[in-house]
Structures are given as C-alpha cells and as structure tokens.
Design a protein around this ligand. Structure first.
Ligand SMILES: C[S@@+](CC[C@H](N)C(=O)[O-])C[C@H]1O[C@@H](n2cnc3c(N)ncnc32)[C@H](O)[C@@H]1O
Length: 230
C-alpha cells in the first residue's frame, strides 16, 4: 500500500515538474517577444521625431518590428507613391519616415476617420485616407472598390495590411490581380501577418509575378514578407 502511494506521488511530482518546465519556456518565449518589440520601438521612435504621441501598436495595428522595417524601407527607397491597404499607425510611420505621397485605403468609416484625425494631430499633410466600403466582385470576393483606386498608378511601395481576414476568405489575395499592373518596375511590396497561410501564399504569388524581385520572410511577431528588387 505504502509502496503504491510512493509510486503515485513520484509520478505526480514528475508530471508537475514537467508542467512547470513547459510553462517556464512559454513565459521565456513570450518575454522574448516583448523584449524584441521594445527593442524595435526604441530604434523606431528617435527616427520618427514625432510631435504627438504614437498611437498603440500591436494587436490590430502593426507591431514595432514591422513598423521599423517599413520605416527603413521608406528611408532607403524614397518612394514617390506609397499605396497602403489598411490605415493606422503604419500610415503615420511611412509619412514620418519621409514618404511624401501616401494613399491609404480603408473599408471602415470608424477606423479610417480615426486615422485621419490622428494624422491631423501629427500635422501629416501628404497622406490621403480613402474610405470606401468593400465591394463584392463578380468572383464573389470582397475587396476595395475601383473608386478607391482612381488616379492610382506608379506605386513604388505597396503596404498590405488589409482588408481584415474576417471580411472574407483569402481577403488580401485580390491585391495581386488589382495592383500588380499599377506597380513600378522597382516597386517594393511589404506584407504584415505573413505568418498566416493566406498572406504567405499572397507573398509567394507576388514574388512569382515579379521575376526580377526576391522574397524575404522576416521572423517578426506576426511575420513580415518583403518583395524587393534583386
Ligand atoms: C490590420 S488593420 C490595419 C492596421 C494598420 N496598418 C496599422 O498599422 O495600424 C486592417 C483594418 O482593420 C480595421 N481596424 C483597425 N483597428 C481595428 C480594431 N481595433 N477593430 C476592428 N477593426 C480594426 C481598419 O479598418 C483597418 O483598415
């Protein structure tokens, strides 16, 4: 009886230490994520020279690691026209990194107007937020309406962070068909959320359609894909 109890206690204690060890590594990995975002934010903020507060990043907004890469791309490539799908803190970062002309499409009146207000507060003048409901196309998918793209051509930098995946399956994939013809030869495409299968597929499709470009996946919090000239 005593022996049985001892065996049972031993087995339980092994189970508990295994669980504690597992939780320990999960916490360590989570702390690593947070540390990495703080590290990115510390590099990003001095470069932006903001005169008002930075809106919250992460969650629905892009994470600092994505924003730091976006800022560095804008600084280095000096795009004449940035087209962004999904407005927010990323619009501010592009503008404050030197992008003179940004057109950002947003399907939501609420969030698009919030971005407009935020940009006003930061005295950004070169960014236009175009708010249009998503249109249902003949193929049955929903995407930004052609009205939102009036006058858009010669895109040097395409930032893909919308529409949200909750709006319809493969929500961002139509960007390929609609925007590929509007890109310049040396355009750069950057995608947020590239850890998700849909976004990975879209990044690969862009790279395939742009044979003089290379595709880089960055191990960011949500995964970032960059398609840039070789
Ligand atoms: C991934 S978000 C775009 C984020 C933006 N690029 C940024 O860095 O802040 C895609 C769309 O989700 C919507 N959105 C933003 N914040 C949201 C929230 N808290 N809840 C629901 N939708 C939101 C906006 O309409 C936005 O265009």
């Amino acid at each position: 009886m005593q022996r049985k109890m001892a065996i049972r206690i031993n087995s339980l204690s092994r189970q508990v230490s295994k669980e504690i060890k597992g939780q320990g590594s999960a916490i360590k990995s989570e702390l690593g994520h947070h540390y990495h975002q703080v590290e990115a934010l510390e590099q990003l903020l001095p470069a932006l020279k903001l005169t008002a507060t930075l809106p919250p990043s992460r969650g629905w907004a892009a994470s600092p690691d994505f924003l730091l890469t976006l800022s560095s791309i804008v600084r280095k490539s000096k795009p004449k026209l940035v087209l962004e799908l999904g407005s927010g803190v990323s619009t501010l970062v592009s503008a404050k990194s030197g992008a003179r002309r940004i057109i950002s499409l947003d399907h939501s009146k609420e969030f698009g107007e919030a971005t407009r207000e935020m940009l006003k507060e930061h005295k950004v003048t070169g960014a236009q937020i175009r708010i249009n409901e998503l249109l249902t196309y003949p193929g049955g998918y929903k995407w930004y309406s052609p009205e939102a793209l009036i006058g858009v051509k010669g895109i040097d930098l395409l930032v893909i962070d919308g529409p949200p995946s909750s709006t319809n399956p493969d929500a961002r994939y139509p960007a390929l068909e609609h925007l590929l013809p509007l890109l310049t030869k040396k355009a750069i495409v950057i995608l947020d959320d590239a850890d998700r299968e849909d976004e990975k597929k879209l990044a690969q499709a862009f790279a395939h359609a742009m044979p003089n470009h290379k595709l880089t996946f960055l191990r960011h919090e949500k995964g970032t894909a960059v398609i840039s000239p070789r």
